[in-house]
Design a protein around this ligand. Structure first.
Ligand SMILES: [Zn+2]
Length: 307
């Protein structure tokens, strides 16, 4: 029988969290079936994840992945923005989790103060989710409406455990995490067009190129996209269908995290520029020489070219 499943991300208003949950759902689909059976479709501010296969097998694959990967605190403590007590709350317990809440789309209404940001009804909510949704450190709410009218965030932000687990699976499947000086950088490719399972697998396969990367100089944050993409020149062809969400995490004195910078960046101009291997070599050379002023100028020029 040819069953189809469509999951929807919860439309939280946080672009990084939405993409991570979509990647988590896609990861489950690829685990249960194969990458050709999985498709991510961007809708306005959220995603549909279409999988050729039945829900029963998907639920089983979700639990299997959670138990295999997320039963210890290791992955969580390696995720920028997650620390201390939050890790304990996130670790997978001996119980079954379900994907049923992703089958229907939540209405795009304002969040009530007591609700989880995903609006899923769950007894198990987790807080301290800076590592899953960087903008929870700022004032922001669904559809950018200030619900309380006070200009203050609707804190404390909480998320249901299934969303947190999916977002963590997604983070470690299709995002890039590396260090620049004392900061941790998370780069999440966010889909602008339909993305096939095979494309996500390709991103997964190039992650390792940056995983251990440690850029010592404290480069200006606006140079991160150029530097990042020049580090993975062979992989840039995969990224034409994506924007980049870049979040800079800093943990002063190794205590709590705060976010230094967040940006959502269209990257066509960079990809076009880096198609030429001479340009990649030039950026490399400037990087090695620490010629950041010149790189800033170059960065401006690339940004201005219309394509
Ligand atoms: Zn949820």
């Amino acid at each position: 029988m040819n069953e189809k499943t469509i999951f929807y991300t919860p439309a939280t208003g946080y672009p990084d969290l939405e993409a991570k949950i979509a990647y988590g759902l896609a990861r489950v689909g690829i685990e249960a079936f194969e990458s050709e059976k999985v498709l991510i479709k961007p809708l306005s501010g959220y995603y549909a994840v279409k999988i050729d296969g039945n829900r029963d097998k998907l639920n089983k694959a979700f639990n299997f992945l959670c138990k295999r990967i997320l039963r210890s605190g290791y992955i969580f403590s390696s995720t920028p923005g997650i620390k201390g007590k939050a890790i304990k709350a996130l670790v997978v317990k001996e119980k079954e989790y379900t994907l049923e809440q992703y089958v229907s789309l939540k209405s795009l209404l304002e969040n009530k103060k007591s609700e989880a940001i995903c609006r899923h009804e769950s007894k198990e909510l987790v807080g301290a989710i800076l590592g899953l949704a960087a903008e929870t450190s700022y004032h922001r709410s669904r559809n950018k409406i200030d619900i309380q009218g006070t200009g203050r965030p609707t804190n404390p932000k909480r998320l249901c455990k299934s969303c947190a687990l999916l977002a963590t699976l997604g983070t470690w499947y299709a995002s890039f995490i590396f260090n620049i000086a004392k900061k941790e950088v998370m780069v999440i490719p966010t889909p602008k067009n339909e993305i096939r399972g095979e494309d996500i697998e390709k991103i997964f396969s190039i992650q390792h190129m940056l995983r251990k990367e440690y850029i010592k100089s404290d480069i200006p944050s606006n140079l991160i996209p150029l530097i990042f993409l020049s580090e993975i020149p062979s992989a840039t062809s995969i990224l034409w269908n994506f924007d980049l969400f870049v979040a800079l995490y800093f943990s002063p004195g190794n205590r709590g995290y705060h976010i230094e910078n967040i940006s959502l960046i269209p990257i066509e101009n960079y990809l076009g520029f880096l198609e030429d291997p001479y340009n990649v070599a030039t950026v490399d050379e400037m990087k090695v020489r620490g010629a950041f002023k010149a790189l800033q100028e170059l960065n401006k020029i690339i940004g201005c070219v219309s394509r």
